[in-house]
Design a protein around this ligand. Structure first.
Ligand SMILES: NC(=O)c1ccc[n+]([C@@H]2O[C@H](COP(=O)([O-])OP(=O)(O)OC[C@H]3O[C@@H](n4cnc5c(N)ncnc54)[C@H](O)[C@@H]3O)[C@@H](O)[C@H]2O)c1
Length: 402
């Protein structure tokens, strides 16, 4: 038994696997706290018949005796693409009420450099009347899990850690090392750890933007971008990145955190902003191309129904946050089409609540004839579905339009 009494705050896509990973070491006392009772009940239900016994709660009192708090709440952007720190601020106020002398607080939520120390910590200090770095310790450790990816997990991805001082960095490293097999990289400062996370995801955004732009060029000169990537990939230092719609909670969001900080210090990052714009603009290009193909078919024009297959922001996951498929639906509707969406992986109620989009069932599909079908996300589960044979003449995969 070690002295780790860990509370993970926010048991979502990041918090839950973290909770499970820490639970693998029986020496850790580990609890998961989430403000959403539905989320807690959902996880309890999911783990009801498993051997993993997780302590889950929506009651703050249950975590007040912990001595390590790890924050994994959402850090999205608002409708103007500005960082929305509402959840972080609520958690910091809550921590201000329960943090005790000797506790350690680690932030994992993605933030811009300086946000942990200049935004989060002062809220906790104000609430607790304790002095950060002296009465309680703190640090930052970015999360690198990749949703829907069973190959790169918490346990086999190196964890970057930084504390408010050298001793705390070592202490935080030891906390994470209590996860069996986990490798830790201690870095120079909290700012470095925060900036590393933003750099990882912004680099990816930029590379995809370049692939998206290059595919426009290839299309214009009559060649296929995939053939070009296959050829270029034979060079040892080529980064194999494909064109695509960039949605989700990280890559399409984190560059805005970086841009916010850059703006605060009076610096412009034109490459980062342009990459965002290129990726955002890809949606309308896909819509326009699909509509053009529809016009060129001999399907009777009175049929104005389109089916989109796949709704999550990427393949093999149920996550619909910032899914660009919602923008595709909007684009087709603007052209006057009626749009059905099918995705058996996605929770129907979540799609309805977040976007007002009704997902059709497989059963319902067979009752319709569609003018065209667009496979926007290729889940492995679609492997044996052959929509093109039965309910429409035009069937395209998104990569044919990128
Ligand atoms: N999802 C990813 O792949 C991923 C990868 C790396 C980093 N991140 C970052 O990790 C953070 C969490 O992301 P996520 O995908 O797990 O989000 P999520 O929405 O899946 O989970 C967050 C959880 O926090 C809970 N929550 C919100 N406010 C709370 C509060 N005040 N107190 C307690 N719980 C609260 C929510 O109910 C939710 O269950 C974000 O900053 C994100 O950018 C996410």
């Amino acid at each position: 038994m070690n002295d780790n009494k860990i509370a993970v705050i926010g048991v979502g896509y990041v918090g839950l696997p973290l909770l499970e990973a820490f639970s693998a070491n029986k020496g850790n006392e580990i609890k998961g706290y989430d403000i959403s009772k539905d989320r807690i009940n959902d996880i309890r239900h999911r783990f009801a018949n498993s051997n993993t016994h997780l302590f889950l709660t929506s009651n703050i009192d249950d975590i007040a005796s912990s001595n390590i708090y790890i924050v994994t709440v959402p850090t999205p952007v608002d409708k103007n693409n500005k960082p929305d720190s509402t959840c972080l601020s609520i958690v910091c106020k809550m921590l201000g009420n329960i943090v005790k002398k000797g506790d350690t607080i680690i932030f994992e939520s993605t933030v811009y450099p300086t946000m942990t120390e200049n935004y989060c910590i002062p809220i906790i200090e104000a609430g607790s009347k304790l002095q950060a770095g002296k009465d309680f310790l703190y640090g930052y450790s970015p999360e690198r899990i990749n949703i829907g990816d069973s190959e790169h997990t918490i346990r086999n991805s190196i964890k970057i850690v930084a504390g408010c001082d050298e001793q705390t960095t070592i202490k935080i490293a030891d906390i994470y090392k209590s996860i069996p097999g986990l490798k830790v990289k201690m870095v120079a400062s909290i700012k470095v750890a925060e900036a590393a996370k933003l750099m990882e995801n912004t680099q990816r955004d930029i590379l995809i933007a370049f692939a998206n732009e290059y595919s426009e060029f290839c299309t214009q000169i009559g060649i296929n971008i995939n053939d070009v990537i296959a050829a270029a990939s034979t060079k040892w230092n080529f980064s194999q990145v494909y064109p695509g719609l960039v949605g989700g909670h990280c890559i399409s969001v984190d560059p805005y955190y970086l841009l916010q900080k850059a703006c605060e210090i009076g610096l412009s990052l034109p490459l980062v902003s342009t990459a965002r714009m290129v990726n955002e603009n890809k949606v309308s290009k896909v819509v326009d191309r699909f509509v053009e193909k529809l016009h060129n078919t001999d399907i009777p024009t009175e049929n104005n129904k389109i089916l989109i297959v796949g709704f999550s922001y990427k393949k093999n996951c149920a996550d619909i946050r910032n899914t660009k498929v919602a923008n595709l639906v909007k684009g087709f509707k603007n052209y006057g089409y009626i749009v059905d969406v099918y995705d058996p992986l996605v929770n129907k109620h979540a799609a309805e609540k977040m976007y007002g989009i009704h997902l059709v069932t497989k059963e319902e599909l067979s009752h319709h004839q569609y003018r065209g079908i667009l496979e926007a996300v290729h889940h492995d589960a679609f492997q044996n579905l052959h929509f093109e044979d039965s309910i429409s003449k035009l069937f395209l995969k998104i990569e044919q339009l990128l």
